[in-house]
Design a protein around this ligand. Structure first.
Ligand SMILES: Cc1ncc(C[n+]2csc(CCOP(=O)(O)OP(=O)(O)O)c2C)c(N)n1
Ligand SMILES: [Mg+2]
Length: 336
């Protein structure tokens, strides 16, 4: 039997809406906990939180199918959770423990999951863009019908390698979705200070690539745009660009003093545009969930996150002998 539809929202069922709520909340609570652990000295190095941008990955994952791939930058915890990676393994990696996805040797920016088709976590701005096109090249070569979500930021969108990649991706009709997460800032530089062109997605037109801008604080709008992009790629029409307009509430990384924007600006986005609050309103106003129901979900999510943090704290640090493992890949089998 088809799931019950939410009135005035013909394209979404109550169950889907609750699913998106839960998934976005998991990312937010996970990131809040990561921020706490960082403050306690349990996470070292860089740590870039995704708080504020949750609707981007949750909306796009809702448009993806099993086997589709994703690759992103260093701001990657949300992408990992949204594609179903285990919060315990992610948190243990953040804290540099043996139970982490890279056995504690990669940290926040270097985690991968072959099972979930998550290809990192890349610290060099823009580096993942040609790699994403390479993944799509492999899929096209194998004719397996898969698409690759290649995420990058507004700052990365000013890099030359992005445009070299656009050219090749369109030339070869690669099934790659270029997702520009426009969160308005590249470290302390606002988009307004770094570029005069009003939109980033339209730059694809120079290479013949179609695309669109989408409201990244609205998970339903992101999902819909994602479905258009996926359909375009799976139909063999080549790449597609989604410029997702979003906002990060926290600093660039944990060491950002955030002097380049006002508290009021951040506060206004949180109060007026928050993606989780938006879905909460839809559920409450549609009469699909009570305050109690949503509190119970929050409790459940907090328990998952606490369990992940406990797992991370209890997991041992990697054995020193591990310094010499996983450095080189095994040689690929040679074919005649
Ligand atoms: C090639 C390179 N140049 C500079 C840096 C330093 N750096 C790290 S993140 C960043 C800003 C990127 O901003 P954006 O692409 O908008 O992504 P966001 O952090 O907003 O997610 C810079 C300049 C880097 N890591 N790599
Ligand atoms: Mg940015």
């Amino acid at each position: 039997m088809a799931a019950r539809k939410v009135p005035d929202l013909p394209n979404v069922s109550k169950d889907d809406l609750l699913k998106y709520y839960r998934e976005m909340l998991l990312i937010r609570r996970f990131e809040e906990k990561a921020g706490q652990l960082y403050g306690m000295g349990l996470i070292g190095g860089f740590c870039h939180l995704y708080i504020g941008q949750e609707a981007v990955v949750v909306g796009l994952e809702a448009a993806a199918e099993e086997g589709d791939k994703r690759i992103t930058s260093y701001r990657d915890h949300g992408h990992m959770l949204a594609c179903g990676m285990d919060p315990k393994g992610v948190m243990a990696e953040l804290t540099g423990r043996e139970g982490g996805y890279s056995r504690g040797k990669g940290g926040s920016m270097h985690m991968f999951s072959k099972e979930k088709h998550f290809y990192g976590g890349h610290g060099i701005v823009g580096a993942q863009v040609p790699l994403g096109a390479g993944l799509a090249f492999a899929d096209k070569y194998q004719g397996n019908g898969r698409v690759t979500f290649t995420y990058f930021g507004d700052g990365a969108a000013n890099q030359g390698q992005v445009y070299e990649t656009y050219n090749m991706a369109e030339l070869w009709d690669l099934p790659v979705i270029f997702v520009i997460e426009n969160n308005q800032y590249a470290m302390g530089t606002s988009v307004k200070r770094s570029t005069k062109s009003p939109t980033l997605w339209q730059r694809g037109a120079a290479y013949g690539i179609e695309g669109e801008a989408v409201d990244g604080m609205d998970v339903l709008a992101v999902k819909e745009a994602g479905e258009r992009a996926v359909a375009h790629c799976r139909a063999g029409k080549g790449p597609y660009i989604l410029e997702v307009m979003t906002y990060r509430y926290r600093g660039h990384s944990m060491s950002d003093p955030a002097k380049y924007r006002s508290r009021e600006e951040v506060q206004k986005m949180r109060e007026e545009r928050d993606a989780i609050e938006h879905v909460r309103d839809l559920l409450m106003q549609g009469g699909h969930a009570t305050d109690e129901d949503l509190k119970a979900i929050d409790k459940e999510i907090k328990a998952i996150v606490n369990e992940a943090a406990e797992f991370a704290k209890d997991s041992p640090e990697p054995d020193p002998a591990e310094l010499w493992t996983d450095i080189y890949a095994d040689a690929a089998p040679q074919t005649a």
